[in-house]
Design a protein around this ligand. Structure first.
Ligand code: AHM
Ligand code: MG
Length: 338
């Protein structure tokens, strides 16, 4: 771990608090709850193979997918912790069809969107999984919150981050003042600053996409994938292909090393697979804060209008030069086709 002295997440947030628009401590309390929930889920993920918390829970989520037991546990833990913070009026979760309105917190100003355990198909095979969170402020707190209050553009996020339960556990977040990463030191159970001011390289050597779907991708994306594989000394090609199938793990690697992650639209899935509120928007906020780019192929992810809390969006995200070229190739080919 690079040395930055011993700065815990809690200390870091306190030190930064005066820089936030809301210096009243609400955001810090929310972060404390997220941190606590992350430690609990980390403990459960680490012992998943030892106790009976692997496998399907027997229920399905809002997208008709099987819920894994750990998905359900993580959802319960994050919702309980955030509810107790006393600062959050409503939580949108991948695992709940409807927004969860927090009793007694109708006048609180924060909205949270979470994917409590992303990449859950990887649980049973011991690959990295994670939690994604995104925080918004309500425009007014004079009335009880509604689902419409939550349908904000990603550019209005006040904070976003993720926790990766990988070979070590890390929490990476932004409040719009750059991106910082904290590694959980198991021995003292504290997240310590390990990756200050993360900057994504403008060019990378990795492309991440589920290439099994190649035949269904738009022509421009097929062209870009072909381009990634061509030998060219000057541009360091061919690029390496890396795809874990766990957004956080793929994103985290590319954030640190450079690269592009793609989940394109296809004819069958015109909006791709990933969800705007708790997958695309938070990652887009983080990558932009780290100097990278995130696009739907038509425009900035953070400008996309939300019309459904569980809506999906195509996504091209990562090193700015790579995303720019990929989106250009997508659009050039669309123009030629018309
Ligand atoms: P999940 O939220 O049900 O885990 O699904 C999202 C995951 C992402 O983590 C990952 O990038 C993507 O699904 C992988 O999808 P595919 O298996 O179609 O490549
Ligand atoms: Mg997910």
């Amino acid at each position: 771990m690079p040395h930055s002295g011993l700065i815990t997440l809690e200390q870091f947030i306190v030190d930064q608090q005066s820089l936030y628009k809301d210096a009243g401590g609400s955001l810090s309390r929310i972060f404390r709850s997220l941190e606590l929930a992350a430690k609990v889920v980390n403990r459960d993920v680490r012992k998943a193979g030892l106790v009976d918390i692997l496998g399907n829970h027997g229920s399905t989520n809002t997208h008709g997918e099987d819920q894994k037991k750990l998905d359900v546990i993580a959802n319960d833990v994050f919702i309980a912790a955030l509810s107790k913070s006393g600062e959050v009026s409503v939580i949108i979760s991948e695992e709940n069809d409807d927004p969860v309105f927090i009793e007694g917190c109708e006048n609180e100003k924060y909205i949270i969107a979470i994917d409590p355990l992303d990449g859950s198909s990887n649980i049973d095979v011991n690959a990295s999984i994670g939690t994604i969170f995104s925080i918004y402020r309500r425009s007014s707190v004079t009335q009880a919150p509604t689902a419409e209050d939550c349908m904000q553009k990603g550019k209005h996020q006040v904070a976003a981050g993720y926790i990766i339960y990988g070979s070590s556990t890390m929490l990476v977040y932004t409040t719009g003042l750059g991106v910082n990463g904290f590694t959980l030191d198991d021995s003292i159970q504290e997240f310590c600053l390990s990756h200050p001011n993360i900057q994504i390289p403008q060019n990378g050597k990795v492309f991440s996409v589920n290439e099994g779907n190649y035949a269904d991708f738009p022509q421009g994306i097929r062209n870009y994938i072909d381009y990634c594989k061509v030998k060219d000394k000057e541009t360091n090609r061919p690029y390496g292909a890396r795809y874990i199938g766990s957004l956080i793990a793929d994103f985290h690697r590319n954030l640190l090393k450079g690269g592009i992650f793609m989940y394109p639209a296809t004819e069958k899935t015109p909006n791709g697979k990933l969800r705007l509120m708790y997958e695309c928007n938070p990652m887009a906020f983080i990558v932009e804060q780290a100097g990278g780019m995130a696009s739907t192929g038509q425009g900035r992810i953070l400008d996309l209008v939300c019309t459904d809390l569980h809506q999906r969006a195509p996504i091209y995200i990562g090193s700015s030069n790579m995303v720019e070229l990929c989106v250009n190739m997508l659009n050039e080919s669309a123009v030629t086709a018309n």
